[in-house]
Design a protein around this ligand. Structure first.
Ligand code: NAI
Ligand code: MG
Length: 331
């Protein structure tokens, strides 16, 4: 078995607590990793102003993956860590796909169901286009542009088709084409043309994002794989988390599918300063994100075993360590 080289960013608050459980789980699953710790996040910024040095990015070009807990601490001005660390990683490492799986438990009137959202992760309104005019005056203006590259929409769409082909051959585009008539038009053509030319066997559907919000709550069974833009994906995936077990279970991958550099894997939740240091954080989201990492690195068997072990523990209550132990004991 090859030894994977993993950059670890525990980060702030509960981040290091949940990452520690992830690492213990991988060990229990018999996966050998070479880990390198990086002290980054809100606390580091408050200590010496460091956010994400270029020298660290250089080192990361040489690792197989990045495993991140959560970053952000009280007292750090908004945007410093989000733009300076998380978005910079996405842009610099070209992590152009954000993948988030959702699992709905079976209920009395519905069988269990799972679906995946693929969010374009590098442009749209998050590209940083825009600015102020006359800032701070009564006549100030702020603009925030949405950047949509045909090739970059296509690469996200193509990834989603490929994923759909490994599942149930069904893919839904979510956008707001009736109002966003420029970006929506580009996305819709990219979606339809890539599908028709390269994936004729995949059945497609389209939902406006507002309708998708209703379906996420009332009829998520209609979805198998969804592809959407950066902002819609950000909001929709939080809704997905809320309807499928909550923030303690929500995992994610920020992928560079071309593998020109490492991909980054993190639980969806933040640093939860309200419960940090108390052993109350649920580590399942971090462990599942780690399973996505192992899967992406080719450790498919270990990844499947860890995911199954987590699935068997989703209803457990207990301390961070107790839940981590319970997952490990299932391995
Ligand atoms: P949060 O996700 O940290 O916490 C929201 C609520 O969920 C809190 O009540 C918290 O106790 C609870 N919670 C979160 N994770 C949990 C877990 N694993 N087990 C049990 N309960 C859990 O979001 P919030 O409060 O908005 O942000 C706190 C800090 O985290 C901020 O500095 C924010 O910027 C940062 N953040 C970082 C993210 C990242 O690193 N990707 C993502 C979201 C927020
Ligand atoms: Mg979000």
């Amino acid at each position: 078995m090859s030894r994977h080289k993993i950059a670890i960013v525990g980060g702030d608050g509960i981040g290091p607590e949940v990452i520690a459980e992830g690492l213990r789980t991988f060990e229990a699953a018999g996966v050998e990793l070479e880990t390198i710790d990086y002290d980054l996040g809100g606390a580091r910024y408050l200590k010496d102003g460091t956010v994400l040095p270029d020298s660290v990015l250089e080192e990361w070009r040489d690792v197989d993956a990045i495993y991140l807990g959560a970053v952000g601490a009280p007292g750090v001005p908004p945007g410093v860590i989000e733009r300076g660390l998380l978005l910079k990683m996405r842009f610099e490492l070209d992590l152009y796909v954000n993948q988030r799986p959702f699992k709905l438990a079976a209920t009395d009137d519905q069988p269990g169901h799972d679906f995946i959202v693929i969010r374009e992760n590098t442009e749209g309104t998050y590209a940083g286009e825009g600015g102020f005019l006359r800032k701070g005056t009564p006549h100030e203006i702020a603009t925030q542009g949405s950047v949509n590259t045909r090739m970059w929409a296509e690469r996200a769409v193509r990834f989603a088709y490929e994923l759909a082909a490994t599942r149930n051959n069904h893919l839904t585009l979510v956008h707001k084409t009736n109002v966003l008539t420029f970006s929506g038009d580009l996305w819709e053509r990219a979606f339809n043309e890539v599908g028709a030319a390269e994936y004729p066997g995949i059945e497609t559907a389209y939902n406006h994002v507002d309708a998708a919000c209703i379906y996420f709550v009332q009829d998520p069974q209609r979805y198998d794989v969804i592809v959407t833009d950066n902002l819609f994906g950000d909001i929709l995936t939080d809704l997905g988390g809320a309807v499928s077990g909550g923030i303690g279970l929500a995992s994610s991958a920020n992928l560079n599918p071309a593998r020109t550099g490492p991909s980054m894997f993190e639980p969806v939740h933040g640093s939860a300063p309200d419960i940090a240091g108390q052993g109350k954080a649920n580590p399942i989201a971090a462990i599942l994100s780690g399973a996505m990492m192992l899967d992406f690195l080719g450790e498919t068997e270990a990844a499947a075993r860890i995911t199954a072990a987590c699935d068997a523990c989703v209803d457990l209550t207990g301390s961070t360590r107790e839940i981590g132990d319970a997952v490990s004991s299932k391995l």
